[in-house]
Design a protein around this ligand. Structure first.
Ligand code: FMN
Length: 317
């Protein structure tokens, strides 16, 4: 059974991106643990939701260990959804208490829960009671930068038996602006020595990972956007930690092609259009990427897509 008990590197939940194809690539390239994108607990529990269930809860054995991230604000529904996650074979459940997107905030879920410690505690308690799997909660550090309630909030989660807390140390108001403040992660780690703490935010290199581990005292790290740019970041961190340097990584072009093959299996004819969002991340910092993206946006079928990918990344090795 999966437990939060050693230094682990997690793929972050990424709405619209961390589907089965992307998680598989990240696991293959060294992510120790992956997570689904956020799944609406109501969608998972209601009867007429086979589309939601299929889309969000599908994974293959090679992705394990894998967590399902749930969002919602009704303790009973969240507890039922968590039990469904357990039945489906997930290895742990994660609760989203950090999403700052208006659509989610309006439903009283995500980061709204940071302002309601009582309800958040009740959700954690009810979910924990309904599953035997480990439970983590993903949070931000307060509503705005002056808000220091994150210390009490994290303590309440731990008191209600959350096994792990993922901390993205930005406030809700910050969105993705400014730098992630890992001193706040250190504060939480110092306060909650018995809880597994996962630090998340702006980890883009081995040296970032090392600095975050050392300065915060966290137990694990989670990576989001850098994985979208280059999923090799996971194996790179491992190799560097073992003192290995140099080549031996698959090229980005080969990774993108393999990702697209898996993506095509998952989405069929729609893959050529849907994959463009990944192409944007993969090519973002490379020369002539806008011309490449334009060509890709006109790709009429998977063969043309593969040709354009090969052609572009060959030039950008
Ligand atoms: C495209 C995108 C989608 C995201 N979707 C989710 C999500 O579904 N659930 C969640 O908790 N956080 C989500 N996040 C936030 C990330 O999990 C992570 O906390 C944030 O990107 C900071 O980590 P990073 O600097 O490594 O990217 C998303 C972020 C991005 C960029």
């Amino acid at each position: 059974m999966f437990t939060f008990d050693r230094k682990l590197t997690f793929l972050a939940p990424l709405s619209g991106y961390s589907d089965s194809a992307f998680r598989g690539i990240c696991r293959k390239l060294g992510a120790d643990v992956v997570t689904t994108e956020m799944v609406n607990a109501i969608g998972l529990t209601s009867n007429g939701s086979s589309k939601t269930k299929k889309r969000y809860s599908h994974f293959h054995p090679g992705e394990k260990p894998i967590g399902i991230q749930l969002f919602g604000n009704d303790p009973g529904i969240m507890a039922d959804a968590a039990a469904i996650g357990q039945e489906l074979g997930f290895d742990f459940v994660d609760i989203n208490m950090g999403c700052p997107v208006k659509k989610v905030l309006k439903t009283g879920s995500g980061a709204t829960l940071l302002r309601n410690k009582k309800l958040a505690s009740s959700i954690v308690r009810r979910v924990k009671r309904n599953i035997t799997l480990p439970l983590s909660v993903k949070i931000r550090t307060g509503w705005d930068e002056k808000d220091r309630s994150y210390l009490h909030f994290a303590s309440a989660l731990a008191e209600n038996s959350a096994d792990a807390i993922v901390i993205h140390p930005r406030s809700v108001k910050q969105g993705m602006e400014g730098a992630a403040d890992h001193e706040k992660v250190a504060e939480i780690c110092n306060n909650l020595s018995a809880t597994y703490i996962i630090a998340n935010g702006d980890i883009e290199t081995f040296y970032d990972a090392k600095r975050v581990y050392t300065s915060s005292g966290c137990n694990g790290i989670m990576i989001g956007r850098e994985a979208l740019r280059n999923p090799s970041i996971f194996s790179l961190i491992k190799r560097y930690a073992n003192g290995e340097r140099g080549n031996g990584f698959p090229s980005l072009g080969d990774i993108v092609l393999e990702h697209f093959r898996g993506f095509h299996t998952l989405y069929g004819a729609k893959a050529t259009t849907f994959f463009q969002k990944h192409i944007s991340w993969y090519s973002r910092d490379l020369p002539n990427s806008s011309t490449f993206r334009e060509k890709v946006s006109k790709a009429a079928n998977p063969e043309v897509m593969k040709f354009e990918i090969e052609n572009f990344f060959k030039k950008n090795r």
